[in-house]
Design a protein around this ligand. Structure first.
Ligand code: ATP
Length: 517
């Protein structure tokens, strides 16, 4: 399994997600179902807000992108045309001693990442030794030990790519043995042969066994967009270039699913297919790389959490591909894929369906099959990225500790907690009046239990960006105290201004406006 560079943080993420109603194991009372998760009362809100942020950024900010909602079930020929029936496989390998199953390619990739980390450790050590004049890049290019590690980080993945391309599974096993890769859990090197395993879930449509049709649960949402290309283009009078966006569930029978919501068997994708004129796709690839990174960066997570990983091995249909990787608690891993898919998908659907899927260009008076740029991000992975980054333990000036979930404000499940200082003297009534006014534009929560300090801590851990306290002075000055989750500063705000005060800070518009900056 991936090396854990912060196991403790990951454990905290798991327990906090459960304790505060973000993520539960599916069917937990029956001991759960492996790699399937449920989102609780807070998780469902956070997930909905992330989806909304993506959806609005795509379909509201861009005149040339529209959204659809295709069915999960699709005609089975779809998956022949897309290549999933024949080639949506992962190479799996079992350890004979531990009986654990792994993805052979992931074992090799994790090995390489370890070598890269060793190289970076050497660079860090040298940086400390040499001080300010140190040139890290030069060191990487000249120091023998570092060069050795970097070579060991690069060569195996390149060899792996060639072996998989040639479908040489015996070669993949030989590579694992040559690198002396051991079972990460037990250290055993006693491996089975490598086999291919199709990741699609099959099911049946129809009442009786002999008339039933074999179907698949969709393993990606993209194909629902491709098969609707002409419907949308014609009914929306769309002109090239234009995009179709979609969010929805996808299903994959993942071989290894041990990283919480990072790799699930049922998950949600947010995909956008952008149709362009052939020959312009690499320009658009560059533009979409920048646009997607700007979307991420607007959330305020540090730039050092992200990196692009350009693909060494391009899928047969792609002429450029990159991943946006995020620094998860278990290291840098794929969060989003950006692919230049050429005309592969539309052409394949033309061939299998016998229907033309072309754009008629009035300027040149000719038809062509557009090329496609795809951006594809896992909603659950985005959730994990945001949640794990937000979860922090802080030591305060007075030496006390607090756990705070610094979620991007616009994505927080509850925007403000409304807290009467005491359960009497008319304070709860004022609190309820405030809720009545705020509830039309944001989700707020009433809480009167425990001392105010404990309530603040509870809301900090819950990720609520603002606490609004109603005290005895409120009756005189018609104002409340608003406490900021991150800075813990407090401000007196007139009740009549409260709605605007909060909206200016928590609305999705504020977040969306940060994208272009
Ligand atoms: P990986 O290499 O991690 O298996 P992938 O390259 O197969 O991912 P894509 O087919 O490009 O992934 O899917 C697009 C996005 O969907 C990924 O970037 C990821 O965020 C998300 N995704 C894919 N598989 C899963 C899964 N099993 N659970 C959660 N999210 C997933």
């Amino acid at each position: 399994m991936a090396q854990t560079n912060d196991t403790d943080q990951f454990k905290k993420v798991l327990s906090h997600a459960k304790e505060y109603g973000y993520v539960f194991q599916s069917s937990e009372i029956y001991d759960g179902l492996q790699a399937v998760y449920d989102y609780g009362q807070n998780g469902a809100e956070l997930k909905k807000n992330i989806r909304e942020y993506w959806w609005q950024a795509m379909t509201q900010l861009n005149q040339d992108i529209v959204g659809i909602d295709a069915a999960i079930f699709m005609h089975p020929t779809t998956w022949k045309a897309s290549g999933h029936v024949d080639a949506f496989n992962d190479p799996l390998i079992d350890n004979k001693d531990s009986k654990k199953r792994y993805r052979a390619d992931v074992l090799v990739e994790d090995y390489c990442e370890k070598q890269r980390l060793k190289a970076e450790k050497e660079v860090e050590k040298a940086a400390k030794r040499f001080g300010e004049s140190f040139d890290a890049d030069m060191y990487r290019q000249t120091n023998e030990r570092v060069m050795g590690y970097l070579k060991a980080a690069k060569e195996p993945v390149e060899r792996l790519a060639r072996l998989l391309e040639a479908e040489d599974l015996a070669g993949v096993k030989a590579l694992i043995e040559e690198l002396e890769i051991a079972d990460p859990d037990t250290g055993s090197k006693n491996w089975t042969d490598v086999r291919q395993f199709n990741l699609m879930f099959g099911t049946k449509l129809g009442a009786s066994a002999d008339t039933a049709t074999d179907l698949y649960l969709r393993p990606e949402t993209a194909q629902g967009i491709f098969v609707n290309f002409l419907n949308v283009q014609k009914s929306g009078r769309m002109k090239i270039p234009f995009g179709i966006a979609q969010t929805g569930k996808a299903f994959r029978n993942e071989i290894v699913a041990r990283q919480f919501i990072f790799r699930q068997r049922e998950f949600e994708q947010m995909e956008m297919q952008y149709f362009v004129k052939p020959g312009t796709e690499l320009e658009w690839f560059k533009i979409w790389k920048e646009r997607r990174m700007a979307w991420h960066r607007a959330l305020g997570m540090d730039a050092s959490n992200y990196r692009f990983h350009d693909h060494e091995k391009l899928a047969h249909y792609a002429n450029a591909a990159t991943d946006i990787e995020f620094n998860f608690p278990f290291g840098f891993k794929e969060l989003e894929g950006i692919h230049s898919r050429t005309d592969f998908d539309l052409k394949a659907h033309e061939e299998y369906s016998g229907k033309k899927l072309q754009f008629f260009d009035h300027e040149t008076n000719s038809s062509y099959v557009p090329y496609v740029l795809e951006t594809s991000i896992g909603l659950d992975r985005m959730f994990l990225a945001i949640f794990s980054n937000a979860l922090q333990d802080e030591t305060l000036e007075d030496g006390s500790e607090r756990t705070v979930l610094k979620l991007p404000v616009a994505l927080a499940p509850v925007k403000a907690a409304i807290l009467p200082l005491l359960k009497k003297d008319g304070l709860p009534e004022i609190a309820n009046e405030i809720i009545e006014e705020l509830k039309w534009s944001m989700k707020v929560q009433y809480d009167e239990k425990d001392a105010i300090g404990r309530r603040y801590r509870r809301q900090d851990a819950n990720g609520t960006p603002f606490c609004v306290t109603i005290d005895h002075d409120t009756k005189e000055d018609h104002a409340v105290t608003v406490r900021d989750r991150d800075t813990m500063t407090q401000e007196r705000v007139a009740i009549k201004d409260l709605k605007n005060y909060l909206e200016e800070r928590v609305s999705m518009t504020v977040l969306l406006k940060k994208i272009s900056k």
